[in-house]
Design a binder for this molecule. Structure first.
Ligand code: AMP
Ligand code: ZN
Length: 492
C-alpha cells in the first residue's frame, strides 16, 4: 500500500507522488515570533514532525523549510510595546521556540528562513507582480495584489464567487482578515513612523516599506526550493487549518502569478485546531498553555506527543487534564514494554513474538500510509504490547525482529517517555491485579510490593525468590531507609 495524503485542494486523500522522488520538498508555515508559541501551535508543528518522520521512514529524502515570521503586524506591535528593536524582540522568541521544539522532540527543519533576511527576493517578487499587471500601487503608497486579475483566486478555500464579487474593488492592508472580507491584499506596506522606530522598513523601487505576511512565505519558499531542488513547485505545503484562508490562498495567487505555473504546491495539508474547553487555543482568547508550562510541570514530551497522536490530525482535539493523565499512563506503559524488550535481548527465537512483530509492522505501516492515521498506528503499538507482554510472561525469548520493528515504529511517533525513572514501591503495592492494569513496570511494582510484605513477615526465602524473579525479568530492587523500595530497570 502506498502513502495517501489528504489534499485540501481536492478535499480528498490522494496517492502521494512527489515531483522528483526520492526528494520531497516540504514547506511549513512557522511561528510568528512575537511571543511564546502555545501548544495549539505545537499541535500543528507536531503533526508536521510526524509527516516528516513518516516520509523519511518511508525512504524519502525530505527538504524541510520552516519560516520564522519575524516581521508582521504582531511582531512590530510587540517590539513597540517592549520598546526594543524588532530584531531584539524576535530574537528572544526565536531562541524560546527552538528550546520548546527540542523539548517536544521535533526534528529541526533543514532551513529556518527569517523573513527579515529575505527582503531582497520579496522585493523582486513584488516587482515581477507589478510588471505582470496583477499588482498595483495604492494611493496610500502600499502595493496590493489585484485578486480579480488572478482567475484561480479562491480555489483552495472554495471561496464562493458571490462573496468574491461582494469584496472585489476594496482592499485590505491587514495581515489577517476573514473570508467574508476577501479583497485585494497587501504585498508591501508603505513605511510608517512606527515601522522606522523598530527597524522594520526597507528601501524598494516602489517605495520604502515592509513586506506583507503572505508575501513572505511565497518568496522564501520559492527562493529556497529554487536553490536546493531547482523547483518552482513545492511537493507539500502544510500549516494549521486557519491558514487556508487567507494566508495560503494569497500565497497561491502571488506564487502562481509570479512563476506562471498552475500550482504552488502539489499537496496542501492542514491540521485541525487544539481547543481548550471547546474554544480554539489562541492568544486572542487568553486560553493558552505553552510548551514551557508543560515542561515546568514535569510533563514528558512523550506524553504530549501521545496525547496528540490519539486524535487524527484532521480532527479537532480538546486539551484536558484527564486526557493528559491518560496519555502519561499510555506513554509509561509503552516505555515499560520497550525497556522489557531491551532487557530480554534479541538472542532468542520465538515464532509467536516474530508474528507480533510482523503484525505490528503491517498494521502500523497501513495506518500511517492512510493519511497519517496516528490513532490507528498507536492502537497497533498497544496491541503489540499486550500480546508481547503475554508471550514474555509465558517465558518466550525474543529474536531480533520485534526489537527492530518496535524501534522503527516508536521512532516515528516518539511517544515513549525519555527515561523510565525508578518507581517507589510500598507494601500497599503488593495487591493483586495491579500488573493487569498496565505495562510490565506495574508487574514489577506488584512483585516488589509482595517482596516487601514477605520481608515484613520475615519470610526471607520468599523475599529472595521474588528478588530473583525480578532480576531475571531485568529489574533491580533497591531498599530504602524508610521501609519502602525502588524498582528500576537494570542497566544494560
Ligand atoms: P502563528 O504563530 O500564529 O503564525 O501560528 C503558527 C501555526 O500554528 C500555524 O500553522 C497555525 O495555523 C497554527 N495554530 C494556531 N493556533 C492553533 C491551534 N489552536 N491549534 C492548532 N494549530 C494552531
Ligand atoms: Zn506561511
Amino acid at each position: 500500500m502506498t502513502l495517501r495524503l489528504h489534499n485540501t485542494m481536492t478535499r480528498s486523500a490522494e496517492p502521494f507522488a512527489p515531483l522528483a522522488p526520492p526528494h520531497v520538498s516540504v514547506y511549513t508555515c512557522g511561528p510568528t515570533v512575537y511571543n511564546y508559541a502555545h501548544i495549539g501551535n505545537f499541535r500543528t508543528f507536531l503533526f508536521e514532525d510526524m509527516l516528516r518522520r513518516w516520509l523519511e521512514a518511508s525512504g524519502y529524502r525530505v527538504f524541510h523549510v520552516m519560516n520564522l515570521t519575524d516581521v508582521d503586524d504582531k511582531t512590530i506591535n510587540g517590539a513597540l510595546k517592549a520598546e526594543v528593536s524588532l530584531a531584539e524582540h524576535t530574537a528572544r522568541f526565536i531562541a524560546a521556540f527552538h528550546e520548546d521544539r527540542e523539548y517536544l522532540r521535533i526534528l529541526p527543519a533543514h532551513v529556518y528562513p527569517r523573513a527579515t533576511e529575505y527582503v531582497a527576493p520579496m522585493i523582486a517578487m513584488v516587482e515581477s507582480l507589478l510588471e505582470k499587471g496583477v499588482a498595483y500601487k495604492g494611493d496610500d503608497g502600499s502595493v496590493y495584489f489585484a485578486i480579480a486579475k488572478f482567475p484561480g483566486y479562491g480555489k483552495l478555500s472554495r471561496l464562493d464567487t458571490r462573496e468574491l464579487q461582494a469584496g472585489a474593488g476594496g482592499r485590505t492592508s491587514a495581515d489577517e482578515y476573514d473570508k467574508a472580507d476577501a479583497r485585494d491584499f497587501v504585498l508591501w506596506k508603505a513605511a510608517r513612523a512606527e515601522d522606522e522606530q523598530v527597524g522594520a522598513a526597507w528601501d524598494a523601487p516602489f517605495g520604502r516599506g515592509r513586506p506583507g505576511w503572505h508575501l513572505e512565505c511565497s518568496a522564501m519558499a520559492l527562493d529556497l526550493i529554487g536553490k536546493e531542488l531547482d523547483a518552482e513547485v513545492l511537493d507539500i505545503h502544510a500549516g494549521g487549518i486557519d491558514l487556508v484562508f487567507p494566508h495560503h490562498e494569497d500565497e497561491i495567487a502571488q506564487s502562481c502569478a509570479h512563476t506562471g505555473r498552475d500550482e504552488f504546491a502539489r499537496v496542501w495539508m492542514h491540521g485541525e485546531f487544539l481547543t481548550m474547553s471547546g474554544t480554539k487555543m489562541s492568544k486572542r482568547f487568553g486560553n493558552i498553555l505553552t510548551a514551557r508550562d508543560l515542561r515546568e510541570e514535569g510533563v514528558d514530551a512523550g506524553t504530549v506527543r501521545l496525547l496528540f497522536a490519539t486524535t487524527h490530525y484532521r480532527a479537532p482535539l480538546d486539551f484536558t487534564d484527564q486526557a493528559l493523565d491518560a496519555a502519561r499512563e499510555g506513554s509509561r506503559r509503552l516505555g515499560a514494554f520497550g525497556a522489557r524488550l531491551a532487557a530480554a535481548g534479541a538472542g532468542g527465537s520465538s515464532p509467536s513474538l516474530d508474528a507480533v512483530a510482523a503484525e505490528l509492522d503491517t498494521a502500523f505501516t497501513e495506518a500511517m500510509n492512510d493519511d497519517l492515521n496516528a490513532p490507528r498506528a498507536l492502537a497497533a503499538l498497544f496491541d503489540a504490547v499486550r500480546e508481547g507482554n503475554r508471550l514474555l510472561d509465558a517465558g518466550e525469548s525474543p529474536g531480533p525482529s520485534l526489537q527492530a520493528v518496535w524501534s522503527r515504529t516508536t521512532d516515528v511517533l516518539q511517544v515513549l517517555p525519555l527515561a523510565s525513572g525508578p518507581r517507589v514501591v510500598t507494601m500497599a503495592d503488593a495487591r493483586d491485579g495491579l500488573e493487569e492494569s498496565g505495562g510490565d513496570s506495574d508487574w514489577a511494582v506488584a512483585w516488589a510490593g509482595r517482596r516487601l510484605a514477605a520481608k515484613h513477615a520475615r519470610d526471607w526465602p520468599e523475599a529472595d525468590r521474588i528478588r530473583d524473579l525480578l532480576t531475571t525479568a531485568g529489574w533491580e530492587v533497591r531498599d530504602r531507609k524508610d521501609g519502602s523500595a525502588e524498582v528500576v530497570r537494570a542497566a544494560g
